[in-house]
Design a protein around this ligand. Structure first.
Ligand SMILES: Nc1ncnc2c1ncn2[C@@H]1O[C@H](COP(=O)(O)OP(=O)(O)O)[C@@H](O)[C@H]1O
Ligand SMILES: [Mg+2]
Length: 253
């Protein structure tokens, strides 16, 4: 059973058809790349898959139709995304941000049992310890835990975005332009992180502008242009596709 299957996805904003008839799938232990010019509909496809915008088409998460399932519940089932812009809780420290990542996993507790203050304190301690481990595991050491995310070096902020989205229980991770605005070494760190997540069995969907990063790490590649699918397949084949050269690179073969 495929981790995430998308069939004939379409998104409309008023009179603008932002996405039309786009299909793809990604399995655990795979990275699917999505590329296309600005405004192609890449981010909208993430918004649609996570039920943030209205859309038509079919989306299945581990075989189950996601229609009508609230975004938060999809997150609890393991479908998470990052945003093109960092979206940290600016008033919280790096460690506190990581603690909120675990709250996604446990649910927000409203429907759960009533906990005593004593249990609450213990849960909080455990959550803090888990958050520390999570950060350390992905190379964000204790020296950074008490700072605000915005004060981290930019490359590390991008890594943090992915780590927070992953939390401890992501199964399908949608990553929107993680390398936007970063240079060489930081890009390598992001590539290593995404590869590590693949090795751990996550299904990763990567929207990215940096072609060298994309070509280096994706297992399959989807190209869209003005909302329409242009090519889909192994990256080396897609790269040679005349339709891609024309649509994406604005040149003929
Ligand atoms: N919330 C929205 N409301 C109206 N139009 C939108 C909205 N989000 C995106 N768009 C438009 O939809 C098209 C696709 O945008 P987007 O999915 O962000 O593309 P990409 O991520 O490929 O750059 C663009 O023309 C954009 O201006
Ligand atoms: Mg975008």
């Amino acid at each position: 059973m495929t981790a995430l299957t998308v069939r004939s996805l379409a998104v409309r904003y008023g009179s603008l058809q932002a996405l039309a008839d786009v299909s793809w799938e990604v399995d655990r232990g795979e990275i699917l790349g999505i590329i296309g010019p600005n405004g192609a509909g890449k981010s909208s496809s993430f918004a649609a898959v996570t039920n943030v915008v209205r859309h038509t088409g079919k989306v299945r998460l581990f075989g189950e139709d996601t229609r009508g399932v609230p975004t938060q519940q999809l997150a609890r089932r393991g479908l998470r995304r990052t945003f093109q812009q960092n979206s940290f809780f600016g008033g919280l420290s790096v460690l506190e941000n990581a603690m909120t990542a675990f709250q996604v996993e446990r649910g927000t507790g409203l429907g759960g049992s009533i906990v005593t203050p004593w249990r609450e304190a213990r849960a909080r301690r455990e959550c803090r310890a888990a958050a520390r481990d999570l950060l350390a595991e992905f190379g964000i050491g204790p020296a950074h835990h008490d700072t605000r995310p915005d004060d981290l070096p930019y490359g590390l902020q991008r890594v943090l975005s992915v780590v927070l989205a992953h939390g401890a229980g992501a199964k399908v991770l949608l990553v929107d332009e993680p390398a936007a605005g970063v240079g060489g070494d930081d890009m390598r760190a992001l590539a290593d992180l995404l590869r590590e997540l693949r090795t751990r069995g996550l299904a990763v969907v990567l929207i990215e502008h940096h072609m060298d990063l994309v070509m280096e790490i994706v297992d399959r590649l989807l190209v869209i242009d003005r909302g329409e699918p242009v090519a889909y397949g192994p990256p080396d084949e897609v790269q040679q596709d005349p339709a891609v050269l024309e649509a994406y690179l604005g040149q003929t073969a």
